[in-house]
Design a protein around this ligand. Structure first.
Ligand code: GTP
Length: 626
């Protein structure tokens, strides 16, 4: 296929607006997959528990298809983008391989927060946008109203909107025509040196790393020796082909094409998304805008039974499907690439006096963390203890030196006079919430309790009847306030109607402190938190109450305290309990008595000693589970 017969496009949409269903329909219409295979395919995609529970797809689905237009066969490459706010940067990178995008909007739900953010990403990239209204088969669909919304929000001419039902297939054929007709062909040149843009990667147990590439210029062949612009490492292409929709070897990729390459990359961390590859000895200018993924949320992960650490670490390796090149316990290894969905951005060993040996991982966001946790628990076949999530804070020292920290234990102690930290900053984000007018008050309240500033709002629908009016609310809010239960709160306070999105907005000075929890006067390192001073009392009280409920009673009274520096913020007292397991067994029931004592001994093994207090490690699981 010459470039004029190629179209590279993505489907962009808010979660649940029908991206996967439409992708399947397009593949089916072009004969890339058979109809009966679709059921199978969906099952495969739906296999992961977290995807089922959250109702979202996190697996990539890049595929090529062939479609005739004006008597000529065209090659259409559908490039998948991840569908969640955590992956905004990944979306932007995948879109760099496209010239156009289908903006899919649910005709019953209308424009949502992510419809807007993905629209802007696509616009910034200069892509041709084909607006599509989906789910017109639903009785609740309001195509005219939503079309007007798309006009007022995006400045889209309603006559350009295609109305479809991805479920029944109605109108889907017209999408294929529009892709060929409206989206420009890639401006790729055959006679230039090879320039391949790496936009995604997967891992294959046998062949190692498979990179998905878009050939910007030149012709790439099997056997070619290539170099990464980012790492300067050299490779030889052992296999090359297209995704149809599985890998089909072709031995050659022509300018404008999208396909896969296998070379001798052993670790997924070598496949840097956004990297440019060229032939050895034929240098090119790399594609602009490369930046590694940035961890926004960190958490410690520990086994419930501390002797299980090697098994846990093994499972982490398997879930990441990554093999660490350097040392497994070196300083913060960065794996900023591949299949971001299951790969933590950073990995570091961590040991805690309360929880023993564990790891500290960095994620793109809390969903990313949840997806990873769920897969880890499936692989590891047991629960894991995850510490409260922390965002990266910035410490500014006297003299201007800066340091980013991601672990509360590294945070300076509020009462330490020798601390050279003069300022503490926290990451902030620009958030947008779209919500029906009736929930506006609840949303404002939620934002206020989360320290939101610069609150603004405007109506999304113009001229429609007041009962269905929706508002878009925007604000600047600390990231730490949304990595906990913000999303759940947003959903429950709006009966599920609110949609939400955010983008990075840098750092801001903040009045933060480290809160520690003490059992009988001894701090428990794994429970330390960073809190904003304005919330310290509420947070301290809530945690102390929770600890009081979860920690088993001891043979003596145990004070449970929350403290900042030397100041105690909250306190509960756990009353004493005589754990005499044989108390109820009178008479000569010797055997039964012995068995009880044995059981008690077994239990003791798994107890953690914090000062004088014995805690089963499971208690931490209960304390920290969200
Ligand atoms: P994520 O993977 O979470 O991004 O969602 P998605 O955008 O891929 O949505 P998906 O294709 O999984 O569709 C979400 C739900 O909407 C599914 O239950 C689909 O069956 C349903 N759906 C998709 N298209 C249509 C449609 O045209 N009509 C109706 N009635 N339902 C549809």
């Amino acid at each position: 296929y010459t470039p004029d017969l190629i179209r590279n496009f993505s489907i962009i949409a808010h979660i649940d607006h029908g991206k996967s269903t439409l992708a399947d329909r397009l593949l089916e219409l072009t004969g890339t997959i058979k109809r009966k295979e679709i059921g199978k395919n969906e099952q495969v995609l739906d296999k992961l528990k977290v995807e089922r529970e959250r109702g979202i797809t996190v697996k990539a689905q890049t595929a090529s298809m062939v479609h005739p237009f004006n008597g000529k066969s065209h090659l259409l490459n559908l490039i998948d983008t991840p569908g969640h706010v955590d992956f905004a940067w990944e979306v932007s990178r995948s879109l760099a391989a496209c010239q156009g995008a289908l903006l899919l909007v649910d005709a019953s739900q209308g424009v949502q927060a992510q419809s807007i953010s993905v629209f802007h990403i696509a616009k910034e990239r200069g892509l041709t946008i084909i607006p599509v209204l989906n789910k017109i088969d639903l009785p609740a669909a309001q195509p005219e109203l939503i079309a007007a919304q798309m006009q007022s929000t995006f400045g889209i001419d309603p006559s350009e909107i295609l109305s479809i039902s991805a479920k029944t297939g109605q109108g889907v054929e017209a999408i294929l025509q529009a892709v060929v007709d409206r989206i420009p062909a890639p401006q790729s040149r055959r006679d230039e040196p090879v320039k391949a843009f790496l936009f995604d990667s997967l891992y294959d147990r046998y062949r190692g790393v498979i990179s998905l590439v878009n050939i910007q210029d030149g012709v790439l062949r099997k056997g070619d020796r290539i170099v990464s612009c980012h790492t300067r490492k050299k490779y030889e292409i052992s296999e090359i082909g297209v995704m149809y929709p599985e890998e089909v070897a072709t031995d050659i990729l022509c300018p404008g094409q999208v396909g896969y390459i296998a070379c001798n990359m052993k670790e997924s961390s070598e496949a840097h998304i956004g990297d440019t590859l060229h032939r050895v000895g034929e240098p090119v200018l790399p594609m602009p805008g490369f930046k590694p993924s940035k961890a926004m949320v960190y958490a410690g992960i520990f086994p419930v039974d501390s002797s299980d650490f090697p098994k846990l670490e093994e499972s982490i390796k398997r879930v990441r499907i990554i093999f660490i090149s350097t040392s497994w316990d070196g300083d913060e290894d960065v794996f900023n690439s591949q299949n971001s969905v299951t790969t933590p951005v950073t990995y570091q060993r961590e040991s805690s006096s309360a929880l023993g040996q564990g790891t500290r991982l960095g994620f793109l966001g809390t969903l990313h963390m949840d997806v990873f946790r769920q897969r880890l628990e499936d692989e590891y076949d047991a629960n894991v203890i995850i510490t409260a999530p922390t965002v990266p804070y910035k410490l500014i020292y006297r003299g201007g030196k800066e340091k980013l920290i991601s672990n509360p234990t590294e945070f300076p102690d509020a009462s330490d006079p020798s601390s050279k930290v003069v300022e503490i900053q926290e990451p902030i984000v620009k958030a947008s919430i779209i919500v029906p007018e009736e929930y506006f008050g609840d949303m404002m309240e939620l934002c206020y309790t989360r320290r939101a500033e610069q609150l603004n709002h405007r109506y999304l629908d113009t001229g429609s009847d007041a009962s269905s009016s929706r508002l878009i609310l925007s604000c600047v809010v600390p990231l730490s306030e949304i990595v906990t239960d913000f999303f759940d709160q947003l959903k429950s306070r709006s009966s599920g109607f609110a949609s939400f999105d955010y983008e990075d907005a840098g750092y801001q000075k903040s009045d933060l402190a480290k809160m520690v929890f003490l059992l009988n006067g001894k701090p428990v390192d794994a429970l330390a938190l960073i809190v904003h001073r304005s919330a310290q009392d509420t947070v301290g009280r809530a945690w102390v109450k929770k600890l009081h409920k979860v920690i088993p009673r001891q043979l003596f009274e145990v004070p449970i305290q929350a403290a900042i520096g030397k100041k105690v913020i909250a306190r509960e007292t756990l009353s004493a309990n005589r754990a005499d397991v044989t108390a109820g067994l009178y008479g000569g029931h010797y055997e039964r008595k012995m068995k009880h004592l044995e059981n008690q001994k077994e239990g003791k093994k798994r107890l953690k000693r914090i000062g004088t207090v014995d805690l089963p490690q499971e208690a931490f699981f209960d304390i920290l589970k969200r």
